[in-house]
Design a protein around this ligand. Structure first.
Ligand SMILES: Cc1ncc(COP(=O)(O)O)c(C=O)c1O
Length: 442
């Protein structure tokens, strides 16, 4: 009998094939050697030696053709065994009961908010300074973002201001471990417990960090990590993990894929579709946040390098802190302590405007002129037009977040740490110090 292609597994629920004479794998297009070559060409660009590159590429193409000639295409491209293997490995790494690989961290936040039953009139407390992804889902469902001020030393959410801003409508608190530096989670969890609030950690930068012996992202009721292309490790450019120890983790599969529930059937063949259970009981309708096998394979590979990547980042942060320590006007980043381990996703550089004789805007301009990349996009979200369009009173919110205002306009920026070469890190330190000395007229 002709080869029917890869065997259909029970988990491939969409097609009822029985003992297929017509192979189920005929239903969708396969990925074959031309497609793989497209990926190789996209991932690896020509270097200085063009003839060597072209010759190597020809070799790869020949090898792929040969491989495809004697192999058969994979039966699964989406939500298959590789996604499952990744989730198992990450669950073990995090010590988390339930782990779900999704399109990105933003999708993970949505899923967590849905389990918290976020809806119209509810409030979500998030730090003033973060990336916009932290604050897009609440307004989407008619909930309100309440911006907490920051701790000036870490630029993370200030638990004392969170406590001041809790109201009877507060349903969720979202601490954000900016740059990978852990938020002080204990007081936040105490506030949450006192008022029965769900905590969703925005751990987009913090995969592999620790707070008092626990992995960042696993301390709140939910946590979500990002594997976007600029993160410490990536899933070919996009990807997210949402995790929880709560009972809602049992429903991750439905939350990720349109509520499809394989354990329920209509008649004897069709899966059923369900709403998500939620903390306060209201049904929530899930979307589609499915991820691919190829993204999972990439992330599984990179997981093995994470520890080493964080080690190199830490050493560089320590080096920069040492270089900046005695430079008047510069404030080096906080480093690890007995209680916390950062992932060093970014290096937090702050200035003392009085000592420097200028604020961060002047300093950033000088760094740019010297060719030093700095990362400007963590800003008080309420300054974005979006929130004005939604009717937020930006001036009043700014007044309630004095530290965030001061940090944004006067004191902080982020520097990259990796994958720079050691010489580039050294050069960056030289140029930052040179910029500070020039501004001070030293
Ligand atoms: C602080 C923060 N939160 C959330 C996100 C969103 O992550 P993703 O792009 O995976 O949705 C990012 C992305 O850069 C981020 O910086």
């Amino acid at each position: 009998m002709a080869d029917n292609g890869p065997e259909k597994k029970k988990s491939d629920f969409r097609y009822a094939t029985g003992d297929a004479k017509v192979p189920w794998a005929a239903i969708g297009e396969h990925v074959w050697h031309e497609d793989m070559m497209g990926i190789v060409r996209m991932l690896v660009k020509p270097g200085a030696d063009r003839p060597a590159f072209d010759s190597a590429m020809t070799g790869v193409e020949e090898a792929l053709m040969k491989l495809c000639g004697c192999g058969q295409p994979t039966a699964k491209l989406s939500l298959g065994d590789t996604v499952k293997a990744l989730e198992e490995e990450v669950a073990q790494f995090l010590g988390s009961k339930y782990v779900c690989f999704v399109t990105n961290a933003t999708a993970g936040f949505q899923i967590a908010h849905q389990f918290a039953d976020l809806g119209p009139g509810d409030e979500v407390i998030l730090p003033a300074i973060t990336f916009i992804a932290t604050g897009v889902y609440p307004p989407l469902v008619g909930a309100k973002c309440v911006f907490a001020d920051i701790d000036p030393r870490t630029v993370n959410m200030d638990p004392e201001d969170v406590a001041r801003k809790v109201t009877p409508n507060t349903k969720v608190i979202m601490p954000v471990h900016i740059g990978g530096y852990p938020v002080d989670m204990d007081p936040i969890m105490e506030i949450a417990e006192e008022h029965d609030i769900t905590v969703i950690e925005d751990a987009a930068h913090a995969f592999g960090g620790r707070y008092k012996g626990r992995m960042t992202g696993t301390i709140g009721h939910f946590g979500a990590f990002s594997f976007h292309e600029v993160k410490n490790i990536t899933a070919f450019g996009e990807g997210g993990i949402v995790c929880t120890d709560t009972k809602f983790g049992e429903y991750f599969n439905q939350a990720r894929f349109c509520g499809v529930d394989m354990s329920r059937q209509i008649e004897n063949w069709l899966y059923d579709v369900v709403a998500l259970p939620t903390k306060t009981g209201g049904p929530q309708v899930p979307g589609n946040h499915s991820s691919t096998e190829i993204q999972a394979a990439c992330l599984l590979g990179q997981l093995g390098r994470l520890e080493e990547i964080i080690r190199i980042r830490r050493e560089r942060a320590e080096y920069l802190a040492e270089r900046f320590e005695n430079v008047p006007g510069l404030i080096p980043a906080p480093l690890d302590t007995d209680e916390i381990e950062s992932t060093y996703h970014l290096y937090l550089l702050q200035v003392d405007p009085e000592e420097l004789g200028a604020d961060i805007r002047v300093f950033k301009q000088r760094l740019t002129e010297k060719g030093v990349t700095n990362i400007p996009h963590f800003a008080p979200l309420y300054h974005f037009e979006l929130y004005r369009q939604l009717g937020y009173d930006t001036d009043a919110i700014a007044q309630s977040c004095p530290n965030a205002e001061n940090a944004f306009w006067h004191t902080f920026t982020h520097l990259p740490l990796y994958p720079l070469a050691d010489e580039q890190v050294e050069m960056m330190a030289d140029l930052v110090i040179e910029a500070a000395e020039e501004i001070r007229g030293a």
